[in-house]
Design a protein around this ligand. Structure first.
Ligand code: SF4
Ligand code: SF4
Ligand code: SF4
Length: 298
C-alpha cells in the first residue's frame, strides 16, 4: 500500500519535473505596504473560551464541530497546532507556579511581512498581499510542502481529500470579509475584545500604549513587531513568550535560507530526484537556526 511519505516523494519528483520549465521564484524582497492590516491578540485579556475557534470553523465550513458548546472551555490535553479541521486553535498554558491564572494562546498563520513560505514555494503559489494576508493559489500548488518545512511557526498543513491534489490549509485572514470592509470572524466573535483588527501601524501604537499605561500587566514586548522581519498577527502578554512556546526569532526575515536553497536548485539544475532530500536539509537548517537563535537570546 502506498504510504503518505511514498505519495509525497512521488508527488515532489513528478511535479518538479513537470514544472521546472515554468518556475516562478518567490518574491521575498517586496517591501510591505505601510497600510497593511493586522490583528492584535492581547493574551492578558483572552479567557480561553475558544469562541474564535468555533467561529473560524463555521466561517470556513470545517469539521463536524458546529457549535461553541461542542468545543467548550476545556483544558486542552495537548499542545495543538492548526490542522485541516481547525485554522486556528487556542492552547492553555498553566501559570508556572500553579498559583496564578493560566494564559491562553490563539495560534494561526502569522501572515509574515516576509513570508518564508512564499520564498520557499518553487512555483510561486504563495504571495503576501498588499493589505496584509499571505494567501495561496490552489491551482498553482503542486503539494511539495516546501512551505510547511520553511515556516518558522509550523503553520501550513495539507488536506488530502483529493489524493492527487493535496491542498494547503491555513488561516486566510478572512479576506472574503475584510475585502468588503468587514472584520475577521474570530475578531468579531471574541466576547472580551482580546482581538483587535486594524492597520498594523495603529495596532503597534495601541500595543505600546497599553504597555506604557499598564507596566504590571504586560511585558515590554510586542511579539511580531520585529520577529522574522515582522508579522501581521501581533501579540501582547504578561508571560515571557518563550514560556508560551513562541519561537525566538531574529529581526531579519527568514526567507534567506529557503531562497538560497531554492535558487541553488535552479541555478545548478539539481536533478528532480534530489528535491526530496533537500526538504530534509531545509528542515535541518531551520531547526538548527532556531536552536542557535534561542541560545544567543538566552
Ligand atoms: S506563519 Fe508560516 S505560513 Fe504563515 S505567512 Fe509566516 S511563514 Fe507563511
Ligand atoms: S482570521 Fe479568519 S481564518 Fe484566520 S483565524 Fe481568524 S477566523 Fe480563522
Ligand atoms: S474568542 Fe477571544 S477570549 Fe475567547 S479564546 Fe478566542 S481570543 Fe480568547
Amino acid at each position: 500500500m502506498e504510504t503518505r511519505r511514498d505519495f509525497l516523494r512521488t508527488a515532489v519528483v513528478a511535479a518538479a519535473t513537470a514544472t521546472l520549465g515554468e518556475v516562478a521564484l518567490g518574491a521575498a524582497s517586496k517591501i510591505p505596504s505601510p497600510d497593511r492590516r493586522g490583528i492584535l491578540c492581547d493574551l492578558t485579556a483572552c479567557i480561553g473560551c475558544r469562541s474564535c475557534e468555533a467561529a473560524c470553523r463555521k466561517e470556513h465550513g470545517l469539521s463536524s464541530v458546529s457549535s461553541l458548546s461542542e468545543l467548550g472551555r476545556s483544558n486542552v490535553p495537548e499542545r495543538r497546532r492548526p490542522s485541516p479541521d481547525a485554522l486556528t486553535v487556542v492552547n492553555e498554558y498553566k501559570h508556572p507556579n500553579g498559583a496564578g491564572s493560566p494564559t491562553f494562546v490563539k495560534v494561526q498563520c502569522m501572515h509574515c511581512d516576509y513570508p518564508a513560505c512564499e520564498s520557499a514555494c518553487i512555483v510561486g503559489a504563495i504571495s503576501k498581499k498588499e493589505s496584509g494576508p499571505v494567501l495561496w493559489d490552489t491551482d498553482k500548488c503542486i503539494g511539495c510542502r516546501y512551505c510547511m518545512v520553511a515556516c518558522p511557526f509550523q503553520i501550513p498543513s495539507f488536506q488530502y481529500d483529493t489524493a492527487l491534489k493535496p491542498d494547503i490549509v491555513k488561516c486566510d485572514f478572512c479576506v472574503h470579509r475584510t475585502e468588503k470592509g468587514g472584520v475577521p470572524a474570530c475578531v468579531e466573535i471574541c466576547p472580551v475584545e482580546a482581538l483587535t483588527y486594524g492597520r498594523r501601524s495603529a495596532l503597534i501604537e495601541i500595543a505600546r500604549k497599553r504597555i506604557e499605561n499598564y507596566p504590571d500587566r504586560y511585558r515590554d514586548h510586542v511579539y511580531g513587531e520585529f520577529e522574522a522581519g515582522g508579522t501581521s498577527y501581533l501579540y501582547l502578554a504578561k508571560t515571557d513568550f518563550k514560556e508560551l512556546e513562541f519561537p525566538s526569532l531574529k529581526r531579519e526575515p527568514m526567507p534567506g535560507t529557503s531562497e538560497s536553497i531554492q535558487h541553488g536548485i535552479f541555478a545548478y539544475f539539481v536533478p528532480p530526484i534530489s528535491l526530496y532530500s533537500l526538504l530534509g536539509g531545509l528542515m535541518w537548517i531551520n531547526k538548527n537556526r532556531q536552536k542557535a537563535e534561542e541560545e544567543t537570546t538566552e
